[in-house]
Design a protein around this ligand. Structure first.
Ligand code: HEM
Length: 548
């Protein structure tokens, strides 16, 4: 079909548009009325422009879904208003496996089908993750222009020689966080930190504590991770008030990144970022990174070698801190809530994970010790691991983003009925993890329910996108699994987490209307009462690492 005939057949009231103009001239000789009708005709035509763009598309492109209410802005406002659930809303009407949304400046290709996500991720030579997040990165930490030039240099190895800050940094992070001795060392320190913090948290004679569960997880994870990754002279150890500053920035970062006089419009998070950035600058300037983990020693040296100033090398760490904490903290919060708000599941997990506990025969100076083996949790506690994965399935809504750098066609797997799709350079791709994670076609009729045992038998790995996929799959996923399983299992054995009335804690409600830069947040953060379990008060608990 030619473009002309596609436009003719498009869902546009051509007769109306064509008739209004001559009719207005003919029927309304008075000047004002004629002008009014011509403007009216022009505006109504504007509302059909997305239909025209749809008709002009190459038939092999993912179909454009016109916004009839407000062209060019409607989908942007929809994403802003409905947050993570917007793609699901569009999908519930259109049911396309992949579709295009026209936004003000660009085209967004939304991928709904897991079968299409896989070949799109494989085509990593024609798409770029980093190019897509350049502007976000700049605004997130307030990089200056010379630093952005260093970051952009040979970003996707377009020069072919394999060197450049982003390429080297990606490879280094990947190797340090992949299973092996470096990761084991990092995990072992982290688990020691958790053990020490939890033993001290409620110890005799303190019978119980009332806490905001999310705030408590934030405090514990930030303190432990900062020590493990950034060493004893980390900014949070030297300036403890920065823990709340970091999270204040996290809560308001969208407003700061909007960059409309943020020191006035988003003052609190903007000041919080300034405080954290200043401390990270000091961390680099005073060479405190030399007593940090090998990962940070490598990373800061690499950034400085490529030409970052100490100030900018400090700011670069704010990005990694978000990588380390941004998802792990809310995931742990939900994992704890999902278990402690379900007494039957809690009892089963306590029973299952008992096999990972050994008791010391010789008491240490601080008391008699119990050891919890993370290796055993991972290898022999399928219910715990499945509950962790199901927790992530229910909250990991963040889309994986890519920029199409070269026009190409993706060939879909032979076992599907999908045609090959043409993806044009300049389009943005969003693989809608949230929609994929709740699709009945993938997970069955109970897709929207929380089923702790789902992953004991499920093999739907292609559709499981909590850690993204392809060449930029989260490099921290092994570390995250060890720390989160260990932390939660330790809480399960050490504590009772209850509502303020001493009953079962209420299950928090997921906030579907907000679009966070991480896994989903709750509408309200519950206040809970935590106490040592009866009969377990006198023990000193230690987490033993798992060897990856
Ligand atoms: C439950 C916890 C976590 C979740 C759900 C998570 C999820 C993700 C996701 C979805 C991405 C983007 C991948 C894509 O777009 O395809 C990502 C990237 C990344 N994550 Fe994680 N992550 C977690 C924990 C961690 C931890 C603990 C670390 C560090 C120790 C980490 C370091 C990173 C880094 C550095 C990247 C950027 C990858 C790159 O530049 O290629 N993450 N993560």
């Amino acid at each position: 079909m030619t473009s002309i005939s596609r436009i003719r057949k498009a869902n546009i009231p051509w007769f109306f548009h064509i008739a209004v103009i001559p009719l207005s001239v003919y029927l309304f000789p008075r000047h004002e009325l004629r002008v009014f009708l011509l403007i009216y005709a022009f505006i109504t035509f504007l509302f059909d422009t997305e239909e025209v763009l749809k008709a002009l598309q190459d038939p092999n492109e993912p179909p454009l879904i016109p916004h009839h209410g407000l062209p060019f802005l409607g989908h942007v406002l929809g994403m802003f208003w409905y947050g993570a659930s917007y793609f699901a809303r569009v999908n519930s009407i259109t049911q396309h496996p992949i579709f295009t949304l026209q936004t003000w400046t660009a085209r967004t290709i939304v991928v709904i089908s897991p079968q299409l996500a896989a070949p799109i991720q494989r085509a990593s030579k024609n798409t770029s993750f980093y190019r897509m997040i350049l502007e976000v990165t700049k605004r997130l930490v307030d990089f200056d222009d010379p630093s952005m030039k260093i970051i952009t240099y040979n970003l996707d190895n377009e020069l072919g020689h394999g060197s450049g800050l982003m390429i080297e940094s990606h490879a280094m992070l990947d190797s340090m966080l992949s299973p092996g001795p470096d990761l084991n060392k990092l995990s072992a320190t982290q688990l020691d930190q958790f053990s020490a913090l939890l033993n001290d948290f409620i110890s005799p004679p303190s019978p119980s504590k009332t806490v905001n569960l999310m705030t408590w997880v934030k405090q514990t994870f930030t303190t432990a991770n900062a020590f493990t990754v950034y060493g004893p002279l980390n900014p949070f150890a030297l300036h403890p008030s920065l823990v709340s500053s970091f999270w204040r920035y996290e809560a308001g970062m969208a407003a700061v990144m909007a960059d409309i006089f943020p020191y006035l419009t988003a003052r609190k998070p903007w000041l919080a970022r300034r405080a954290v950035n200043a401390a990270l600058h000091e961390f680099v300037e005073k060479e405190h990174y030399k007593s940090a983990s090998q990962l940070i020693q490598n990373r800061v040296s690499m950034n400085l070698r490529h030409g970052f100033t100490a100030k900018m090398a400090g700011r670069a760490e704010l990005i990694l801190l978000f990588g380390i904490l941004g998802n792990a903290v809310p995931t742990t919060f939900w994992f704890l809530s999902n278990i402690f708000a379900r007494p039957e599941l809690l009892a089963r997990i306590r029973e299952e994970t008992r096999q990972a506990i050994t008791t010391s025969t010789s008491p240490s100076p601080s008391g008699t010790e119990k050891f919890l083996s993370v290796a055993t949790l991972k290898s022999s506690c399928p219910l715990l691991v499945s509950t962790y994965r199901e927790t992530l399935r229910s909250i990991a809504n963040l889309a994986s983003v890519r920029l199409v750098t070269k026009t190409h066609t993706i060939n879909t797997p032979p076992n599907t009925s999908y045609p090959p799709y043409l993806l044009k350079a300049g389009s943005m791709i969003q693989i809608a993890s949230g929609v994929i994670h709740s699709a009945p076609s993938v997970w069955g009729p109970d897709a929207t329910s929380f089923m702790p045992t789902r992953f004991i038998s499920s093999s739907t790995t292609a559709a499981y996108r909590a850690f993204g996929g392809g060449s930029v799959i989260c490099p921290g996923r092994h570390f995250a699994q060890s720390e989160i399983l260990g932390f939660v299992a330790l809480c399960v054995h050490m504590f009772e987490i209850e509502g303020l009335d001493r009953g079962v804690m209420e299950l928090p409600v997921r906030d579907d209307e907000r679009l966070p830069f991480s896994v989903m947040k709750p509408v309200r953060e519950p206040i809970v009462r935590m106490r040592r379990r009866s009969g377990e008060e006198g023990w000193v608990w230690r987490l033993k690492p798992g060897v990856d």
